[in-house]
Design a protein around this ligand. Sequence first.
Ligand SMILES: [Zn+2]
Length: 419
Amino acid sequence: MTKWTSILESSKTSLMKMESALFNTPELGFKEQKTRQIILDYLKEHQLSITKDYGLSGFRVTIGSGKPHVALIAEMDALIVHKHPNAGPDGAAHACGHHLQSTILTHVLTLFNEHESFDGSLSLYCIAAEEFVDLDYRLQLQADGQIKLLSGKQNLILMNAFDDVDAFLSVHTMGETLKPSMEINASLSGFIYKKLHFYGQAAHAAVMPHKGINALNAQLLTQQAFAYLRETFQEEDRIRLHLITTQGGESVNSVPAHTILEGYVRSINPDTLINLNARLNETAKHCALAMEARVEIEDRTGYMPLLQSRELSDLLLPHIKKVVPEANIVDHQKSFAAGDMGDLSLFKPTIQLGFSGCKGLVHGMDFRMDNVEEALVYPAYVLLSTLSDLYRDPSAFNALVQAYPVKMTCEEYTNMHAF
Ligand SMILES: [Zn+2]
């Protein structure tokens, strides 16, 4: 039994109280005002308050000063599951367990502040809008200039909100598990949403098709060329390219003058995703040209792939083994799902520790916490114990921060989102 075991034992009531308050206050992204207040009230009871306010996108609370500087990343938003018993009037429900993250990480911050003396800084970021939902509302916020990109972390990156931190620690539910488990080093895919407009020339489809330019044929040729490109996709990049025709022409009697092809390209490898997207765009341009048509492409960069820092996970491992049997540690799963933790992992070492203790389908109508130890106490224990080690002897941490292969500069990131 370590110091954190007994401290967490006496914090269980507080953990459960916040879990319940947040679970019953589900709010969609960029609307988390009550959630924010619940967290701030709790922090106030522990003599802490906002260090930096990022408006709709979230806020930061920092303790200590100088280096090393670790960031705890908590997501505040819910998603839309109308039939969830705890759903709000707009259908918002905590069916992805983000309320658990906020509960765990705010407690990690306050407990570390109260029970550990350390050299360096620890920041808690409570961040809006991880789920890629409610897009009409977000596009309106974007049009009004209140946000620049559609997720909270993306906006914080553009605000340089993470410049002075060294690494990101986050936690996420593993969904329903039958036994106490934890997950490390899972990768998530990244995606780019694509909308290709093909433009040709209308003419009577029967009387004078020779006077027209067929924008549907240009689109079909592009789809065919994309199909030929598929043989160059490599297994380890886990590429998915899924497209649908959302406009095939205007009327059957007229040569199609405007058609639309929409879809996603996904990969688990950030370089592959960006390079492949550029190849697809080149292919579409040449196919359109071959048919004397033209194409206009709207790309909207979604989330980048999440590649976790194995070295950082290794620092957690001895503590994970104290709470779950070694056979129940899930390592290195690859998922086609996506999340904006991936964007953070472009810049600094990042981890997202998976924890058990929930029941029901993730994003489903029956998702809820089932076991307080597994879903709140264990992840808090692992993070607190790791932070104690890390600040006591930061050499291994500093080495992995220095060696981290940064995948992009903030400028490149900004340019990638310009469309
Ligand atoms: Zn989630």
